[in-house]
Ligand binder design. Structure first.
Ligand code: PGA
Length: 249
């Protein structure tokens, strides 16, 4: 049985005091869950969130990293830096980073290799645009993104990678993919992994759904055969709402 991983993606929201309040509020609400609880916060909140999450079942993640270890990359943060302060997870290749910050399949692949070499747990985002969905190329898009992101990885590395299927048209729009469409697309991704890495890897790799997940639709999505939890944006900003998503059943 694959574990369900429910990860919040705060994007560019919350000051350190708000991050600390959030973790304090969330902790008693999710302490009995069997699901993995992750909160991916802005860089400036990491230290504070990590402190508050110590001795709890809440894991802290970043939302991006640079693939290089160090050097003349003004404004960037390396995986080594995240690792050094105790960060466990990192989101890579979110569609907002692909759209606004020139993130490519190639850069995602480089970052993924680096994250895995540091034993950071990567959440790699893939997903099609509305145009691509409507023109029938969603399958081609998500399987290609998956193949290129995972290029050159060992079977064990693929097993340690979480994939988040996030249709771009569903992100922050309130428009959720139907549970059937989300499950079918995730099955396409799993079949691609099966072709490339075999049954054992395909069976164990965790694939989340993301895009307007909220407490009112978490249960129907996360109980589908191939959906192993979710990456949650807007609805992860309130501890009470996020806890209901974590405790979806
Ligand atoms: P949303 O964002 O839940 O607000 O749609 C999801 C994401 O961007 O990861």
């Amino acid at each position: 049985m694959r574990k369900k991983v429910i990860a919040g993606n705060w994007k560019m929201n919350k000051l350190p005091n708000e991050a600390m309040e959030f973790i304090t509020e969330l902790e008693p609400l999710v302490k009995n869950t069997e699901n993995e609880v992750v909160v991916c916060v802005p860089y400036t909140d990491l230290f504070y969130a990590l402190n508050m999450a110590q001795d709890t079942n809440i894991k802290i993640g970043a939302q991006n990293m640079n693939a290089e270890e160090k050097g003349a990359y003004t404004g960037e943060v390396s995986g080594e830096m995240l690792k050094a302060i105790g960060v466990e997870y990192v989101i890579l290749g979110h569609s907002e980073r692909r759209a606004y910050y020139s993130e490519t399949d190639e850069s995602v692949n480089k970052k993924l290799k680096k994250a895995l070499s540091l034993s950071l747990k990567p959440i790699v985002c893939v997903g099609e645009s509305l145009e691509q969905r409507e023109s029938g190329s969603a399958k081609e898009i998500v399987t290609t993104q998956t193949r290129l992101a995972l290029d050159g990885l060992s079977n064990d590395d693929v097993k340690s990678t979480i994939i988040a299927y996030e249709p771009i048209w569903a992100i922050g729009t309130g428009k959720t993919a139907t549970k059937e469409d989300a499950n079918e697309t995730i099955k396409w991704i799993r079949e691609e992994i099966l072709k490339l890495y075999g049954n054992d890897v395909a069976d164990s790799v965790i694939i989340q759904y993301g895009g307007s997940v909220k407490s009112s639709n978490a249960n129907e999505l996360f109980t589908m055969s191939d959906i192993d939890g979710g990456l949650v944006g807007g609805a992860s900003l309130k501890a009470d709402e996020f806890s209901k998503i974590v405790n979806y059943k």
